[in-house]
Design a protein around this ligand. Structure first.
Ligand SMILES: [Ca+2]
Length: 281
């Protein structure tokens, strides 16, 4: 079953992954070239030989709305809550996992560009890119209830059971009180000693913070206490982005089902959502 294989996958992810990472493919060279522009190639070169580089296996494919510019993804007892972005196209929606059917949807006013999404109890909190507003919804009806204000950009958001964790495009993760949105603490994320820029959509997975990195085909697994990247899941090849005529259609969107230990990933404007198992490379 999907759930049992997913369980093994996450157990494997949390434990020491197997060795034999093989890095001689085009994806790595492209990633290295991209990182070189940001000064991070040395870290990636070190990473190429590191045994904690992991791969994936697709367990199941689901429908995803190809009009949904995914910015935030949350699993909640058989449904997914999703935040979408772009002015005039931003929304928060609840989608049936098995069918992709949109059960509820609330559109944002044109001036808001939706970003990360997190669930705290019966509420959903959705941040915005540059509007410095976090909108609060009833998770069952998607009725807007209230809002918080904050400073700076908003990219990704997740809830670790105590605090919200938020990214803003920099290497810094900010932890916030879910009742007030006030900053509790912050940590700088580093991969092999180098700050990891452009952290995007987030998910808390078995105590780690997992992050999409903008325009990269991998997920960084982050120790929330130290900010150290403790593993990388390489998702190169999971979806042919060239089939979409939009350069923004990158990997973005991680959701975790902690009961069945299932992992779901998708991308902006992707027609598919994938349940994946993390495997050694
Ligand atoms: Ca997420």
């Amino acid at each position: 079953m999907a759930s049992s294989s997913g369980s093994q996958a996450v157990a494997g992810a949390a434990a020491a992954p197997a060795a034999n990472s093989r890095a001689k493919n085009g994806a790595f060279l492209l990633a290295c070239a991209a990182l070189l522009a940001g000064g991070g190639c040395l870290a990636w070169q070190q990473l190429r030989a590191d045994p904690w580089l992991q791969g994936y296996r697709v367990v199941k494919e689901y429908h995803h709305d190809p009009g949904a510019y995914c910015q935030g993804l949350v699993f909640d007892d058989g449904v997914l809550h999703e935040s979408t972005g772009r002015n005039g196209e931003s929304s928060v929606r609840t989608v049936e996992l098995e069918t992709g059917k949109v059960l509820h949807k609330t559109d944002l006013p044109y001036e808001y560009f939706g970003e990360g999404l997190a669930q705290v109890g019966d509420r959903l909190i959705q941040i915005t890119w540059k509007e410095q507003v976090a909108r609060i919804y009833d998770k069952n009806t998607l009725t807007a209830l209230d809002q918080f204000q904050y400073e700076g950009e908003g990219w990704g958001l997740a809830f670790d059971g105590t605090n919200l964790v938020m990214s803003n495009g920099s290497p810094v993760l900010v932890f916030r009180d879910p009742k007030t949105f006030k900053e509790v603490r912050r940590v700088t994320v580093k991969m092999k000693g180098a700050p990891l820029e452009e952290l995007n959509e987030l998910e808390v997975v078995e105590g780690e913070v997992w992050a999409n990195v903008w325009k990269r085909d991998y997920i960084a697994r982050i120790d929330p206490k130290t900010g150290e990247v403790v593993g990388v899941v390489d998702l190169a090849g999971i979806f042919d982005r060239s089939s979409i005529d939009d350069t923004d259609a990158v990997l973005n969107g991680i959701a975790y089902d902690p009961k069945a230990k299932r992992l779901f990933v998708t991308g902006k404007l992707w027609p598919k959502l994938f349940e994946i198992e993390v495997v050694p490379k």
